[in-house]
Design a protein around this ligand. Structure first.
Ligand code: SF4
Length: 445
């Protein structure tokens, strides 16, 4: 929970020595509360102040980093609803492998996790993890499969077994991968957190109900191990939705630290549609890791698209790099179009130009990711800014054509653009990218 300036002041030495750069301890406390200063600026801060303020500055949902390079981040969330600020780390999607699966099925899953790639508005979307489940009686086969999955995919794993000993051996076999061990019971968790710590992994906890899970998480946190995931045990979709919501609300609004960890859920209803609904519920309601029982291309593409939409920062539109793009194989006299660097706009316009079958140049100036009309209203897409970008990008040396097509929505900038680009002619294109093909046929060919 965030502390107020007055609460922080009580933790400071009250000498007003000014060494922190503030005139008084109270002024410094106010800066700390507003996150405009750091406690380290006060050389006389007590251990108690460091402990209390350190805990207060932790995000309400702990951020846990997985993978050999700590590249997969989960948790770290600070709001209940995306419109309050943004969601930070998206739900990780994993595919499950059983040690009893046929070798060709295992091979297929490992290949899919390694190679699957979906591109959406310039973003490259991949599967994040592999789960390895022991179903057979042979612990060695489980451990070997864990090693194989990690070395093939280079992804962090979720390791699941009813046998704590097998989990400990597998944890050592993939040490350094920063994976997740799933404790099969609260009793096993009491031993496995040490195994997780020794091998650099996280631990997923489970318990028969939420109260017992809270008690278990608090107990392990008190022992000093904090890289935890929570595995709830709901009996229905409605309860899953409700439990995820209660846990997140308790962590964010009530400062309930034992619920301030990302979650882990294995989806496996035996029915593709029901699995998809459960996974959708996880993505929309705060899920940390969601493990799918097997790969289905339509399901994964839908879930990833949903996830991308939810986890896009509403304050930072997805953008493409501002530059002059070659669509097809344009020559110096090929047509030149202009649009903004809002990803969606760029991909729609470039796609329509491709559909025309006409190799072209597409000039995309820096517009802070805004769409055409928004960028124009904000002064980011004016005749002066486009002309400046064209000059700085060296387009005049690159092309022989001196004719630009601007979006129909900003027809009003054509005069200003011609003034700023002497010798150029500006054509006003259609308002909608879907009308580019007919525009090209009637005006450019
Ligand atoms: S350095 Fe510490 S003790 Fe001195 S004024 Fe700042 S907060 Fe107070």
């Amino acid at each position: 929970m965030a502390l107020t300036g007055l609460q922080i002041q009580k933790l400071l030495p009250a000498t007003n020595c000014k060494e922190c750069g503030s005139n008084t301890c109270l002024a410094f406390a106010m800066k700390l509360a507003a996150k405009k200063a750091e406690l380290a600026q006060c050389p006389y801060a007590s251990e108690e102040a460091k402990r209390v303020l350190g805990a207060a500055s932790e995000p309400p949902v702990r951020c846990i980093e997985l993978g050999p390079e700590r590249e997969l981040k989960l948790g770290g969330e600070v709001v209940l609803y995306r419109h309050e600020k943004t969601f930070v780390h998206q739900t990780a999607l994993a595919l499950n492998l059983n040690d009893t699966d046929a070798p060709e099925s295992i091979e297929g899953t490992l290949k899919t996790v390694s190679e699957y790639l979906l591109e959406r508005v310039g973003q490259k979307l991949r599967l994040d993890m592999v789960a390895v489940t022991q179903k057979g009686p042979d612990a060695k086969a489980f451990v070997a499969l864990a090693g194989q999955a990690q070395s093939r995919t280079k992804r962090p794993l979720v390791l699941r077994s009813p046998d704590a000993g097998a989990l400990a051996t597998a944890a050592a076999a993939v040490k350094g991968s920063r994976s997740v061990l799933c404790a099969p019971s609260p009793e096993a968790a009491a031993q496995l957190w040490r195994v997780a710590r020794e091998n650099g992994h996280a631990l997923a906890l489970t318990a028969p109900d939420l109260n017992q899970l809270v008690a278990l998480a608090a107990e392990i946190k008190a022992q000093g191990f904090n890289d935890l995931f929570l595995q709830f045990t709901p009996f229905s979709l409605a309860e899953q939705f409700q439990t995820n919501s209660i846990a997140r609300r308790a962590a964010l609004k009530d400062g309930c630290k034992p619920l301030g960890y990302p979650t882990l859920r294995f989806v496996d209803t035996g029915n593709l549609l029901d699995d998809t609904i459960e996974a959708t519920s996880e993505i929309t309601k705060y899920g940390g890791i969601c493990v799918l029982p097997h790969f289905d291309a339509a399901q994964v593409a839908s879930l990833m698209t949903l996830r991308l939409n939810l986890y896009t920062d509403p304050q930072k539109p997805i953008q493409v790099e501002p530059k002059v793009y070659a669509i097809g194989e344009p020559k110096p006299d090929s047509p030149i179009f202009v649009t903004t660097n809002f990803s969606l706009t760029y991909f729609i316009v470039s796609g329509e130009i491709e559909n025309c079958g006409l190799s072209s140049w597409l000039v995309v100036p820096e517009c802070e990711g805004m769409s055409v009309l928004t960028a124009w209203a904000a002064g980011k897409f004016s005749g002066a800014t486009i002309a400046k970008f064209i000059k700085e990008a060296g387009l005049e040396q690159q092309v022989s054509r001196r004719e630009l097509v601007i979006p129909g929505y900003v027809a009003q900038i054509s005069g200003e653009l011609e003034e700023n680009l002497p010798g150029w002619k500006v054509l006003v294109g259609p308002q909608e990218a879907g009308d580019l093909e007919s525009f090209v046929k009637s005006r450019l060919q």
